[in-house]
Design a protein around this ligand. Structure first.
Ligand code: GTP
Ligand code: MG
Length: 453
């Protein structure tokens, strides 16, 4: 079948629309690498999806513009693959992974040479996103990203067919690739329209939210521990897993016992995603970035080089996304939070702190969502940053026909963050965190029975 050829190239189960294969668990793959590059993140991404890498094949030298590896080396791979019989580790390999962001020309070239599905780093990520996307919004954005990427490959095929470098299909006039390209363009237009509608209603929801609540965004590299911290601080159940990109959409929750402070968990960052792909996730990120305070989560259990690489990526993405929205003050709203403190032996920040300063990050907090370490301090930092120092109110007891002080206290609990309250001979003293506006509103609503101490 002519189309199946295009199918293979499209990766992640092919271009043929709705039934994209999303379960890659148990697939066997070969990994092609140049110059002994560090592939650990790439391998972790593949493992997250249950893909079994049976062998890593490395070659030194500049990557070939058409075959990625040298032609002879690739030919050896093809022959070994073809002759791998039952019992050979390569038997059953139906996926070739290229440790690079490949050009469309390389994807087509390698696929033509080998005849199995070929994924580069972007395709691996897109396949992973496809497998993890569960909400309508996430599915739409992932599909847009995939079609955009597939389109570049299809264009390459059409180009090669037009110049006669590659056989065309379908005979008379239009090739199979050409007609699929048209379908892709049509679907992209429809999806973008749907996404614009989703973005519009999300923007409106955010606008309304801002009028009565403050938001704390949780951002960071994938697997930094965002969802775990979100769960600890909000008490709301979200997916936490030791896999990359568990979270693809934004979730809102309330900071525990803080009626007017919301938390936003969101998708993580990763190195080397092209802008076109990231663009599809812009709306999701906006939920967390458009916030009053941004917690930048950094995995303290990483070594310092990894930590720095992840911080560099996170800050670059955050500032770029913020700039898209004309927001130039994002660094001022950023609070670094070092996570997974329980997983490290030495907790000294001597080496970490200077590196953080280079990225404009100061006063890092150290927490563990597993043990609860540092969470109280984090909570007071959040309250202090958003609402200023703790304040003390006194509820004065009224006349017998007036509202009981206890009833006023319960209204205060509903409206602001209460640290504690104590009974006085003539009323109740309450320690709170709240804006001056909220306090004066409370005071006006209760006829001066509430006073700032
Ligand atoms: N030891 C330890 N592990 C943690 C802690 N917080 C999170 N983890 C682990 O780190 C892994 C990732 O946690 P998540 O909370 O899903 O991280 P995330 O940043 O939301 O990840 P994605 O949504 O996939 O980008 C899980 O295996 C967690 O159990 C912590 O405080 N201590
Ligand atoms: Mg998550």
């Amino acid at each position: 079948m002519a189309d199946s050829d295009v199918d293979l190239l499209a990766g992640a189960g092919g271009l043929l629309m709705d039934d994209a294969q999303s379960d890659h668990n148990g697939r066997k793959a070969l990994l092609l690498v140049r110059n002994n590059e560090d592939c650990s993140e790439f391998v972790a991404l593949a493992h997250t999806m249950g893909i079994h890498i049976v062998e890593r094949i490395d070659q030194r030298g500049k990557s070939d513009s058409k075959w990625f590896m040298g032609r002879g080396k690739l030919q050896d791979v093809v022959e070994d693959l073809r002759s791998s019989s039952e019992g050979h580790p390569w038997n059953g390999v139906d996926l070739l992974l290229l440790h690079t962001n490949a050009t469309p020309r390389q994807l087509v070239g390698v696929n033509d040479a080998v005849g199995v599905e070929v994924w580069d780093r972007v395709r691996l990520l897109l396949a992973l996103f496809t497998a993890h996307a569960s909400s309508v919004e996430a599915r739409t954005q992932v599909r847009i990203a995939r079609l955009q990427s597939d389109r570049t490959v299809l264009r390459e095929i059409v180009k090669l067919q037009t110049t006669g470098e590659r056989a065309g299909y379908g005979g008379a006039g239009q090739t199979a690739a050409g007609s699929i390209l048209n379908n892709v363009n049509r679907e992209l237009t429809a999806l973008r329209k749907r996404q614009r509608r989703q973005v519009k209603s999300a923007t409106e929801r955010r606008r309304q939210r801002k009028q009565h609540a403050m938001t704390i965004g949780l951002a960071g590299y994938t697997n930094a521990g965002k969802s775990s911290l979100f769960r600890r601080l909000s008490g709301k159940e979200v997916l936490v897993e030791d896999r990359l990109f568990s979270t693809l959409e934004s979730t809102l929750g309330r900071l525990e016992s803080s009626p007017r402070i919301l938390l936003a968990d969101t998708i993580g960052f990763i190195d080397g995603l092209p802008n076109a792909t990231l663009e599809a996730f812009r709306a999701t990120l906006a939920e967390a970035i458009e916030c009053d305070l941004l917690l930048l989560l950094i995995d303290l259990s990483d070594n310092i080089t990894e930590m720095e690489r992840k911080i560099r990526t996170s800050i670059r993405e955050l500032t770029e996304r913020a700039l898209d929205a004309d927001d130039t003050s994002i660094m001022e709203r950023m609070q670094p939070v070092l996570t997974k403190a329980d997983a490290v032996v030495t907790k000294s920040l001597d080496a970490v702190q200077p590196m953080l300063s280079e990225y404009g990050l100061s006063n890092p907090l150290v927490v563990s969502s597993h043990t609860g370490e540092g969470l109280d301090e984090l909570k007071s930092t959040i309250l202090n940053t958003l609402l200023g120092p703790k304040k003390t109110l006194v509820i004065l007891d009224g006349q017998s026909q007036e509202m009981a002080s206890k009833a006023i206290l319960s209204r205060i609990y509903d409206a602001v963050y209460v640290h504690e309250h104590t009974k006085l001979p003539n009323g109740i003293e309450v320690q709170i965190s709240a804006t001056d506006e909220t306090i004066s509103m409370l005071s006006v609503n209760h006829n001066g029975r509430i006073q700032l101490k």
